[in-house]
Design a binder for this molecule. Structure first.
Ligand code: ARG
Length: 469
């Protein structure tokens, strides 16, 4: 019989029972459910609502269940709708009456909200750690390949030479912003709904500040109706995951391009590649592609929850049961994808010569040639025009700018002198970009230092798993 047996003369049929159940999704937060129940029972005893003896029996019974769940010996009953019922029923079967007192002054509505918030915090903590590891990889790869010059792109057309390290650090900063977003999601989840009961609070003298402290929440949620019906913190988490997946999809797109025959910029390690069942020569960047593809499901998780939440009247509605699978999926997908990206980056070979070769192509020196004229007094717009014509000339004669003779340069403008040759070298062009945040060697060295400091600060600020008292 269900927990509400008194009011009902018959139960639902097996299919309806299964349809209404959330046990499968709940299993992931079984330990959080037990933590919440231990805190609730401890508080009930402190307030004299149940006896200390009953509390001790409940706590030790819950700890046994926790162990069984951890070692996989806990027997789930398909007739239990959710984890709350599964744990409470087993507890009561095991310890008798004290187990039946656990739910005093509590509803599954504040219980599930507590479980999900604890679970969201645990997931986000893992994500923050994964984020730090991935960012460390970008720094390592940037350091290991310092000085490698590649073409920088706009519109996927050669634009100007840049340092490969600069390109890697651009990703470092994207994921630094993701750390901030994840931290905001963590803080949003870090509030205690327990003690709100079904929606209105209870007549028992609960000490919500005490369960807040026991569960390691930052504060108690001030409105019981908001407490049981809010899932915004899961949207925050999914949004943070979605943006981070978008960043990974951009990285993976570049990995796919760079490992193609056309680019040849990198060679992925065999451990991060797959072959073809028919084409013996193939080495495919499957894991980069799959990460790019998984971005779609994480966006889907975010859209699903936004849609579930839309128009829900206060307070608890069963629709809210649909809120658990998506955030767990989004978080786990991002966690796995960050680990895969880290692995791909730290094991790939960077083909520095190919990158440099390509940096020569596509007139990547053109801006610097125009700057050369501008620095000699020609207005930049005029210089742009002169160099545009030179590029056209080169294209017609199948030459690069570095193939032009001093006379050819001078026929475009008398301001050109022999030293123009120095301004055509991709390495020198990159080095000359000395502005803060620019791609010059010194600027990138300074940026690396700044990135390391940011990473160290974020690593030191990682939230610690609260010791449940
Ligand atoms: N299984 C439910 C959920 O996950 C627990 C809360 C049920 N509350 C209720 N009033 N039916 O949301």
């Amino acid at each position: 019989m269900a927990l509400w047996g008194g009011r009902f003369e018959k139960g639902v049929d097996a299919f309806t029972q299964e349809f209404g159940a959330s046990l499968e999704d709940d299993k992931a937060m079984a330990q959080q459910d037990i933590r919440g129940s231990i805190a609730h029972a401890t508080m009930l005893a402190k307030q004299g609502i149940i006896s200390q003896e009953d509390c001790d029996a409940i706590v030790s019974g819950l700890k046994d269940i926790s162990e069984q769940i951890a070692d996989g010996t806990f027997e789930y009953d398909v007739n239990d709708e959710d984890i709350h019922m599964a744990v409470e029923k087993t507890l009561t079967n095991n310890i008798g009456k004290p187990g039946a007192r656990l739910h005093t002054g509590r509803s599954r509505n504040d219980q599930v909200a507590t479980d999900i918030r604890l679970y969201a915090k645990d997931l986000t903590r893992e994500l923050l750690e994964g984020n730090v590891e991935l960012r460390r990889t970008f720094i390592d790869v940037a350091e290991k390949n310092f000085g490698v010059v590649m073409p920088g792109y706009t519109h996927l057309q050669h634009a100007q030479p840049v340092l490969f390290s600069h390109h890697m650090l651009a990703y470092f900063w994207m994921f630094t912003r993701d750390y901030v977003r994840l931290t905001a999601a963590y803080e949003a989840a870090d509030a205690n709904p327990l003690g709100s009961a079904a929606l209105a609070g209870t007549t028992y003298p609960l000490d919500r500040a005490y369960t807040t402290e026991l569960l390691g929440f930052d504060h108690a949620i001030p409105n019981s109706m908001d407490a049981v019906s809010d899932r915004d913190y899961l949207l925050d988490l999914e949004y943070a995951c979605a943006v981070s997946m978008m960043h990974l999809s951009r990285l993976c797109e570049e990995i796919v391009l760079w490992s193609s025959t056309e680019f040849g910029f990198i060679t992925l390690s065999d451990s991060y590649s797959t072959g073809s069942s028919i084409m013996p020569q193939k080495k495919n960047p499957d894991f980069a592609e799959l990460t790019r593809g998984k971005t779609g499901r994480v966006y889907g998780d975010l859209m699903a929850l936004l849609t579930t939440m839309k128009s829900l009247p206060l307070a608890y509605n069963k629709d809210l049961q649909e809120c658990k699978e998506g955030p767990a999926d989004a978080a786990k997908t991002l966690l796995d994808c960050m680990a895969i990206a880290s692995g791909m980056l730290s094991t790939m070979t960077v083909n520095a010569d190919t990158m440099l070769d390509q940096a020569h192509k596509g007139f990547t020196a053109a801006t610097d040639v125009a700057d050369y004229l501008a620095k000699k007094g020609m207005p930049f717009r005029e210089a742009h025009e002169v160099v545009g014509k030179l590029v056209l000339y080169c294209e017609k004669h199948n030459k690069g700018l570095e193939d032009l003779t001093a006379d050819e340069f001078r026929s475009a403008s008398p301001l050109f002198e022999d030293d123009i040759a120095q301004d055509l070298d991709p390495e020198g062009i990159a080095r000359a970009r000395t502005t803060y945040g620019g791609t010059g060697h010194d600027a990138v060295r300074a940026q690396l230092k700044e990135a390391k400091a940011a990473l160290a600060a974020d690593e030191a600020a990682l939230p610690k798993a609260p010791e449940s008292k």
